[in-house]
Design a protein around this ligand. Structure first.
Ligand SMILES: Nc1ncnc2c1ncn2[C@@H]1O[C@H](COP(=O)(O)OP(=O)(O)OP(=O)(O)O)[C@@H](O)[C@H]1O
Ligand SMILES: [Mg+2]
Length: 404
């Protein structure tokens, strides 16, 4: 960290003074300039070194977004990390800044601790470091998004199969996309009856075999609790239905993966509250990123522990996507997983009813999901003695350079 050079640009001498003092105390070398036009000249001079630029948004000579656009045109500064310093925290402003080429945002009333964390995180990201390695002891992993079509079903189905095949266990998969559940379609299995039949029972008189009979077995090691047959039946799955099914799914599988779809209904809220991990599916385009931010805000207001929310950037689009490094700050700098674009692989999987990780686990997208499964589960599986190491486990360990 020490001796990294930060250029500060703000028309307020007070802010410049305060931030320069805080950053200097943290060990950074700081150049503070109050005029963005002067700062552009400073950045054009090759003898000046800046590892990070922190710029205000509202400046009389030139607004911050224009300043960022202009500095990106200086070849030597095209990739220098830029943080926008602003009192504006609206998502639209953040997106405008990101489109202009900024990498992160910093509130003007930032504390010294947060300043330290954010600056060092951005500096290490820009040096291409791996980011936080996610290791959880999760048992129930729910995949959700407020926007449809971003891959909650693709992620859920492939994640459940990956967990089953990595550890050679049975994994529960629960289709809670009540309006349009597609897990059965993706797995080429059809339900004879759905959880709606449980409505004639109550928590008190439900018997285990009634729930077991609803489960559909798939050869890849998963048992699927199907969604209702049609959108018309969606409302028939209530929080009471969830209460009846939850204990069985919890006690019969080491892992439970839930496709919660994209509607925040009461039963889905129930599930989100009880899950150990919420994978928030995000496609790298503005509307999806906005929906993901909305979801984080709602979770926050609900009092959900945001530590259990992990965004999964699923590259469902081939072109014009926003780069991951720019999406991370908008999503509150949460550690993320990422799945690469693989249209042919995922479409073929749906057409044949054979999920990607069963046919191409070593493809880039397949490996991304298998690695995600491994990272989500290693902690809870580390104490489990296994007679046989699955080929998939061997592959992922080799890829990550982890000893068996
Ligand atoms: N990484 C990816 N690369 C390319 N295409 C993908 C990727 N992930 C998913 N897709 C495709 O995106 C489409 C939507 O995926 P999926 O059905 O899993 O999303 P969803 O969020 O469950 O949608 P819905 O709102 O209908 O439930 C599918 O055609 C799928 O093949
Ligand atoms: Mg779906």
């Amino acid at each position: 960290m020490a001796n990294e050079h930060i250029l500060l640009v703000d028309d307020s001498e007070i802010i410049l003074f305060k931030l320069k003092a805080a950053l200097t105390r943290l060990g950074y070398v700081v150049t503070a300039l109050s005029n963005p036009l002067v700062a552009l000249d400073w950045l054009k001079a090759t003898e000046n070194n800046a590892d990070l630029i922190i710029s205000d948004v509202n400046m009389p000579e030139m607004i911050g977004f224009e300043f960022v656009r202009a500095l990106r045109l200086i070849p030597a500064r095209a990739h220098t990390p830029v943080m926008m310093l602003t009192s504006k925290t609206e998502i639209e402003d953040k997106i405008a800044g990101l489109q202009a080429g900024a990498d992160d945002y910093l509130g003007k009333n930032v504390t010294a601790t947060e300043l330290n964390l954010r600056v060092s995180a951005l500096l290490s990201r820009s040096k291409g470091s791996e980011g936080t390695l996610i290791e959880t002891g999760a048992k129930t992993i729910t995949v959700f998004s407020l926007r449809g079509g971003v891959g909650t079903t693709s992620i859920s189905v492939n994640l459940a199969i990956s967990l089953a095949q990595l550890w050679d266990i049975d994994v529960g998969l629960w289709d809670m996309n009540l309006n349009s559940g597609h897990c059965g379609l993706f797995l080429n299995i059809k339900a004879k009856q759905t959880p709606v039949v449980l409505n004639k029972f109550s928590d008190a008189n439900i018997e285990e075999h009634l729930i077991a009979e609803l489960l559909l077995k798939h050869d890849a090691g998963i048992k699927l609790m199907p969604a209702p047959d049609s959108a018309a039946e969606a409302e028939l799955v209530t929080p009471a239905t969830v209460d009846m099914i939850w204990p069985y799914m919890q006690s019969h599988f080491p892992y439970l993966v839930i496709d919660a779809g994209n509607h925040l209904t009461e039963p889905v809220l129930n599930i989100l509250e009880r899950s150990d991990i919420i994978l928030l599916a995000v496609s790298p385009e503005l509307a999806s990123i906005k929906s993901a931010c909305d979801a984080l805000d709602i979770f926050d207001r609900m009092g959900l522990d945001l530590e259990k929310v992990v965004p999964v950037i699923n590259n469902t689009i081939a072109e014009n996507h926003l780069p991951t490094t720019k999406i991370i700050p908008v999503l509150r700098n949460r550690p993320i997983f990422e799945i690469p674009y693989d249209c042919a692989g995922f479409v073929q999987a749906i057409l044949t009813g054979k999920p990607l990780v069963t046919t191409a686990p070593k493809s880039e997208a397949g490996m991304a999901i298998v690695t995600m499964a491994y990272r989500l589960s290693t902690k809870s599986m580390s104490g489990v003695k296994k007679a046989r190491v699955s080929p998939l486990l061997e592959t992922v360990r080799k890829k990550l350079g982890v000893a068996s």
